[in-house]
Write a protein that binds this ligand. Structure first.
Ligand code: HEC
Length: 152
C-alpha cells in the first residue's frame, strides 16, 4: 500500500522540519540563551523573609550620626562573625560552615535591598541568630546603613 508509506514519510519529515524550525526560531529570539544563563540566584530567597521584604524603604536618614550608631551596634552584635571591617573573618565567623558572609562584597550587597538586609538581621538564619529582640527596630535600620558604608 504505497499511499500509507508516503503519508508516513511525510509525517516523519514534517516532525523533523518542525523540530528544526522551532529550534532555530528559539535561537533567533534568544530563548536558548536565557535557558543556559539563568539570572544569578538571589541569596535572599534562601532566608525566611516576608514576601514584601524587598520593597521596604529604610525609614532612617543616612546621616553621620546614623552611621556612627550603626557601627556601635555592628561592633557589638556582628563583628564577632563578620569581622571588624566586614570581611567575614571574625573569630567565630571564619570557623562557621557556611562561613560568615563578606559584607564588603559590593556586587553581592548591591543585589540586596535595604528591606531584605533589615529582615535578614531581624529573622536570622542559623548559625546567624535572630536579632529581632536583641536590637531595636531603629538600630537594625542603622546597621543596614552601616553595612552599605562597609561595602562601598
Ligand atoms: C554567629 C555568627 C554571626 C553573627 C553574630 C552575625 N552573622 Fe550575619 N551571617 C552569619 C553567617 C554564617 C551568614 C551566612 C548564612 C548563609 O549564607 O547561610 C550570615 C549572613 C549574613 C547576611 C547575608 C548576606 C548574604 O549572604 O546574602 C547579612 C546581611 C548578615 N549576615 C548581616 C549580619 C549583621 C548585620 C549582623 C549583626 C547584627 C550579623 N550578621 C551577625 C553569621 C553571623
Amino acid at each position: 500500500m504505497p499511499t500509507v508509506r508516503t503519508t508516513k514519510t511525510i509525517s516523519v519529515a514534517s516532525i523533523l522540519l518542525f523540530v528544526i524550525s522551532t529550534h532555530s526560531v528559539a535561537g533567533e529570539f534568544g530563548w536558548e540563551q536565557q535557558e543556559s544563563s539563568p539570572a544569578p540566584p538571589k541569596t535572599a530567597a534562601l532566608w525566611k523573609l516576608p514576601a514584601d521584604a524587598h520593597k521596604l524603604k529604610n525609614p532612617i536618614e543616612a546621616e553621620d550620626a546614623t552611621i556612627v550608631r550603626g557601627k556601635i551596634v555592628y561592633d557589638k552584635f556582628c563583628a564577632s562573625c563578620h569581622g571588624a571591617t566586614g570581611l567575614g573573618d571574625g573569630l567565630i565567623g571564619k570557623r562557621l560552615n557556611p562561613k560568615a558572609t563578606d559584607l564588603t562584597d559590593s556586587k553581592k550587597m548591591s543585589q540586596l535591598t535595604d528591606g531584605e538586609l533589615f529582615w535578614m538581621i531581624t529573622v536570622g538564619k542559623p548559625p546567624m541568630q535572630r536579632f529581632e529582640r536583641l536590637i531595636s527596630t531603629d538600630d537594625r535600620w542603622k546597621v543596614v546603613h552601616y553595612m552599605r558604608a562597609l561595602s562601598k
